[in-house]
Design a protein around this ligand. Structure first.
Ligand code: ASP
Ligand code: MG
Length: 417
């Protein structure tokens, strides 16, 4: 069997939902597990619902807006499906009910309970449309299959529990197509969890791993993985065939085409990943698999704007040693702030992180123990397989605050001059 994943952009409206059927018809595949994200920007809208709820503001207008949008799409693509309409109504009812529960737990817990609705809504609609279009499929609740720990908003998958899971309908029964949600899972005691923003790719890989899939295809609005963001740079090149290792490095450093956690489960089971365009079905896309001779070693570069460069110094002017590094790392882990780059000297430990409310409040916490200085508005540039002309071109007109090089990768923290 194969796994297909459709992201939010591919199902952003009724035309998008219909196009999913076009893709499926084009390949005429049985034995398929289809993973679908929330429609368009639904997850962002649900985040606003969460923040409103947490602050005690009225979240209902936003919910009503989402409800109207989803019902409009359902009405367009599957007007006669009363079961789907009832299922969608029930999910909106469940969200409204959850909004009446007083906030007593950490907000991340509620975040997962609320934000998961985006995926539930979209899959109800897509499943109904595909059934109406003659592509029989069974809707499955991913939370019954993907068990995680309770680290809300960035849950860790319990791989052992997956091996024992018997809830996945078998591909021996009809229909041979399963349609399910990306991004969401559940703790052992039944609380919804999420795998981190853009986590649906990772879900597709988890299902592929469990089912020993033949391949995973991620359908995107771009025709594959490029050596740099085509929206930002001219003359970018499609990476037609790259190894898992190379793709892991690129996505880890911030290439946003695939979620960084997606590749490891696939690599472990030697399952190839195809990244293809849902707009141009004839385009070849990118293949990510074992290393081959064609592994593209042209310079690839990734720019992450909006970085904070934070420098942390012990207040008593003692040296930075393992003990305080241990404390510092624990704080980053506890606050779920990812370190994008680090460097240490005798008296300072310096890190680049994304500038978010979480990293700002981490700075406040660090200041209880350390002297903390930071530089905002920085950019993190990563260049794989660099050459000097490329580095010169990319750093031109920028002030370099940090430079690090290893054999295959050059990294810079820069600021506009
Ligand atoms: N809907 C979720 C998000 O937008 C998950 C995903 O799209 O992969 O982050
Ligand atoms: Mg999305």
């Amino acid at each position: 069997m194969k796994v297909f994943k459709f992201g939010g952009a591919s199902v952003k409206d009724a035309a998008g939902v219909r196009n999913v059927a076009e893709v499926l018809k084009h390949f005429a595949l049985d034995d398929l597990l289809i993973v679908v994200s929330a429609m368009g920007k639904t997850t962002n809208a649900l985040e606003e619902v969460v923040w409103a709820y947490a602050d005690g503001r009225d979240a209902l207008p936003k919910v009503a807006e989402l409800e109207q949008q989803h019902f409009a799409v359902l009405k367009e693509v599957a007007p006669d499906d009363d079961t789907a309409r009832a299922a969608l109504e029930e999910q909106f009812h469940a969200l409204r009910f959850q909004l009446t529960i007083p906030v007593i737990l950490d907000v991340d817990h509620y975040y997962d309970q609320f934000v998961a609705f985006g995926e539930l809504w979209s899959t109800i609609i897509v499943s109904a449309y595909l059934n109406a279009a003659g592509i029989a499929n069974k809707w499955v609740d991913a939370r019954r299959i993907i068990t995680t720990d309770d680290r809300h908003r960035a849950a860790n998958v319990k791989w052992d529990a997956l091996e024992e899971n018997t809830n996945l309908p078998s591909f021996d029964e009809h229909p041979h197509r399963i349609l399910t949600q990306g991004f969401i899972g559940s703790t052992e005691d039944g609380h919804t969890t999420t795998l981190g923003r853009e986590g649906s790719d990772f879900s597709a890989a988890i299902f592929a791993y469990m089912l020993d899939a033949e391949s995973v295809t991620i359908w995107k609005d771009v025709p594959g993985m490029f050596n740099a963001d085509p929206n930002r740079f001219a003359d970018t090149k499609l990476l037609e065939h790259i190894s898992y290792k190379e793709a892991i490095e690129l996505s880890y450093f911030g290439a946003s085409v695939i979620h960084p956690r997606t590749l490891q489960p696939l690599q472990r089971k030697h399952i190839p990943l195809y990244v293809r365009s849902f707009i141009d079905l004839a385009a070849p896309g990118s293949t990510i698999s074992e290393a081959t001779d064609h592994d593209t070693l042209i310079p690839s570069f990734i720019v992450k704007p909006g970085q904070l460069l934070i420098s942390i110094t012990p207040r008593d002017l003692s040296f930075i040693v393992e003990e305080n590094l241990g404390d510092i790392f624990k704080l980053f882990a506890k606050r779920n702030v990812r370190i994008d780059l680090m460097q240490n000297s005798a008296v300072a430990f310096t890190v680049a992180v994304e500038d978010t409310p979480r990293s700002r409040s981490l700075i406040e916490e660090l200041r209880k123990e350390y002297e903390v200085l930071y530089n905002e508005g920085c950019e993190l540039l990563t260049v794989r397989h660099f050459d000097e002309p490329t580095l010169a071109r990319l750093t031109e007109g920028k002030r370099i605050l940090i430079e690090q090089r290893s054999r295959a990768t050059a990294r810079y923290v820069t600021k506009a001059l």
